[in-house]
Design a protein around this ligand. Sequence first.
Ligand SMILES: Cc1cc2nc3c(=O)[nH]c(=O)nc-3n(C[C@H](O)[C@H](O)[C@H](O)COP(=O)(O)OP(=O)(O)OC[C@H]3O[C@@H](n4cnc5c(N)ncnc54)[C@H](O)[C@@H]3O)c2cc1C
Length: 472
Amino acid sequence: MAEIIHSADLIVVGGGMAGLIAGVRAAELGLSVGVLEQGTSDRYLCNTRYSGGIFHLAYNDVKIPEADLMEAMRVITAGAIDPALAQVLARNGRLLVDWLTKQGARFIHGGPAWQNWMLAPPRPLTAGLEWIGRGPDVMLRKLGEHLRAAGSNLFLGTRATALRMQDGRCVGVDAVRDGVEIAFAAGAVVIADGGFQGDLALVGKHIGGVPDRLKQRGAQTGLGAGLRMAEAVGASVTRLDRFYGHMLSRDAMHNDRVWPYPEVDAIAAAGLLVGPDGRRFADEGRGGIYLANEVARLADPLGTSIVFDAKIWEGPGRSARIPANPQLARAGATIHQGPDLASAAKAAGLPVDAVAATVAEYNKALRDNTLHTLTPARTSEKYPAMPVETAPFYVIPACAGITYTMGGLRIDTDARVLGQDGQPIPGLYAAGSTTGGIEGGDVAGYVGGLTKAGVFALCAAEHVARTRGGAA
Ligand SMILES: Cc1cc2nc3c(=O)[nH]c(=O)nc-3n(C[C@H](O)[C@H](O)[C@H](O)COP(=O)(O)OP(=O)(O)OC[C@H]3O[C@@H](n4cnc5c(N)ncnc54)[C@H](O)[C@@H]3O)c2cc1C
């Protein structure tokens, strides 16, 4: 057995938004806390640091009425969200942003109402990765300082490897630091390691067969440790097959200027997404997160292309916060263009006749209002289908970007990890992208990673404090 080098009321695995919020809140409530973070530098990478910093719930302001938020989350996940967990989010999203404000967060309005709670300073509205000194980076550093100021610890370079159990209760964590096995004793443990998207074996097993042909659209620090550690002590998991991500230019595989932004979701959702055979294979009307999930399951996730026209490029192409038009061209991405569809398809190396037939069939179905009869059917309610008929015509080679996994550890409304019998595993909690039951499902519904992380981190800390006699 590794030597116990530290004991605390609460040990947290992971120093992202979920882990640091859980740690700071628990310390605020009088508990001693140790946060274990595998990253070694002061600005260790994690998805939180890369994020846009927008706290929303299903693309709504977290302060609209609770019932409206619950309905929006139900609709966006097509019922996949556990209603009890949805209620916790709807009730506490507002408390989370208020609590963060008290911790020194500065929020600005990013534009539309769902961006009313965006951490400042915001990232510039340009292509590529920009995070140093931006809102989420500033917030993480503030939370780290608060943790230390409260007398608790952030252990950098410390990778959790296993949970310690005694009489069915989680009582600590085994870890590795500088190649040495060490251990932490704890009254309770919160797993907040950020998901399993960075572990290609797990991604291949649960999501798609060729994971190295997906673009890692995040920090690649979520390596599934939390999932493995908790499953080893009997935790139950939800559907693990869905992820939050976006459609990107295929150049993202080798050009760092075209990821994580701009996404090409809006173009794909207005036009057509075809495979190397020039045929559609998924319902574009369900949007880019869904499409990225469908692409990930293909035999060749790097074989898809978006086919569209001038009206889509000038309309939806300019609609995103960091729009594909003109950011993609500025970042040097491949955009095939032609005065007619055939020349654009030929330039992209697609079979010209098949693309022409696919687009003709699609345009006719759109005119005749029979999109539902296409194979696969094309919905148009969420993202309206637009005709592809106005020159110039375009083809963008695409790929799927995976940001974080949506499935994970099953938790209850206090963020307690549930065992195979549906009962909480005493002393074990989880928050953030390592949890499941909130997002995903058949439509790959996205509820909002930061709010999810923060709300359940607060719930975990408060439950630990209540059960250990803290001030909650
Ligand atoms: C480009 C981009 C933009 C985004 N924009 C938004 C947005 O605007 N709004 C939104 O809601 N969401 C957004 N997200 C998603 C959001 O960032 C995540 O949902 C959220 O940050 C998850 O927080 P977390 O604490 O669960 O994970 P993370 O922030 O990834 O933190 C997990 C931490 O655990 C550590 N760790 C992992 N394994 C171990 C181990 N074994 N031992 C010790 N430490 C370990 C990791 O190193 C990491 O620091 C975005 C993500 C990206 C990549």
